[in-house]
Design a protein around this ligand. Structure first.
Ligand code: MF3
Ligand code: CO
Ligand code: CO
Length: 287
């Protein structure tokens, strides 16, 4: 019996091998995880995701202009919903696997997937992540930012800054024909300089045609691990960086079972962009 491993990468029959084919087949033969061809976006798909990204970035710019102490996270939800729909897009989170709102608003020790509420009022000194995903003409773009409400402590300020640096350093480590693990390695190294915990239970992801596609983008780990990065792939990097332990759990008080909080209830910060891998490195499609 001959055991044949199923190939992930299929060449186009009758066509000469491209540089991309040669690179991917080389790594696949070495036993590395390579993308399937459908993860390489066409120019038309990239154009669609790019346009979705413009609106997604616009949503977060609108939040940046209007967020303030004393407002509820439900008000942020309305700002996002209105901006998104007025620009012809659909909020991807709304009704996604039972999620009840259009945006995630995660305050202080809430790591991610915080559900907006009338009763959650932003206080001076809070740090809050606002995470929004747009669908425009079927194309997804996903991004999040941290907002500091008024003046906060130097410790929380540093956490927010270092989490952003983690995203930037991770993006810089993402190279064409490098590996997804290069990203996580760079992020973990930077976060651990500050003795911060990198959340392990949630990761970045391919995005564009669906909300969550392959590959998984871990924010920790080893260089050269994970999937080969090929020009045309679109994915998020979205490190969640904790002031204390990396351990998290689902808040038992959340009836929807979405909200993730730190085990030690110390604060957490996250930034997320949608990126396109090009021949030269990543390009930001949504921020
Ligand atoms: N936007 C989140 C991400 O970065 C996913 C939120 S799913 C939701 O992948 F249902 F909680 F909104
Ligand atoms: Co997101
Ligand atoms: Co995401």
């Amino acid at each position: 019996m001959v055991f044949k491993k199923k190939r992930r990468w299929h060449t186009v029959p009758g066509q000469p091998l491209t540089e991309m084919d040669k690179q991917v087949m080389y790594w696949e033969n070495k036993g590395k995880l390579v993308p399937t061809r459908n993860l390489i976006k066409t120019p038309e798909q990239i154009d669609g995701i790019r346009k979705s990204g413009v609106i997604n970035t616009g949503v977060l710019d609108e939040v940046a202009a209007r967020i303030h102490a004393g407002m509820s996270t439900a008000e942020i939800d309305k700002i996002c919903y209105d901006y998104c729909t007025e620009h012809g897009a659909v909020p991807a989170c709304l009704n996604y696997e039972g999620y009840p709102k259009s945006v995630c608003t995660s305050i202080n020790e809430v790591v991610c997937h915080g559900i907006p509420k009338e009763t959650d009022i932003l206080q001076e000194g809070d740090i809050v992540n606002v995470d929004f995903t747009t669908i425009l003409d079927g194309y997804y773009a996903d991004a999040s930012r941290m907002f500091i409400i008024g003046k906060t402590t130097p410790e929380k300020e540093q956490l927010v800054r270092v989490a952003k640096e983690c995203l930037e350093i991770g993006a810089e480590a993402a190279r064409p024909y490098g590996f997804v693990g290069d990203i996580g390695h760079a992020i973990q190294k930077h976060a651990e300089k500050y003795h911060y915990g990198v959340v392990r239970d949630l990761c970045g992801h391919g995005v564009g045609i669906e909300f969550h596609e392959e590959p998984e983008v871990l924010h920790f780990g080893h260089k050269g691990s994970g999937m080969l990065l090929v020009p045309g792939m679109v994915f998020t990097i979205e490190p969640m960086i904790n002031m204390g332990t990396w351990r998290v759990f689902i808040d038992a008080d959340d009836p929807y079972g979405w909200e993730v909080i730190t085990e030690d209830e110390k604060p957490s910060a996250q930034w997320e962009h949608t990126f396109l891998m090009t021949e030269h490195g990543v390009e930001i499609l949504s921020a």
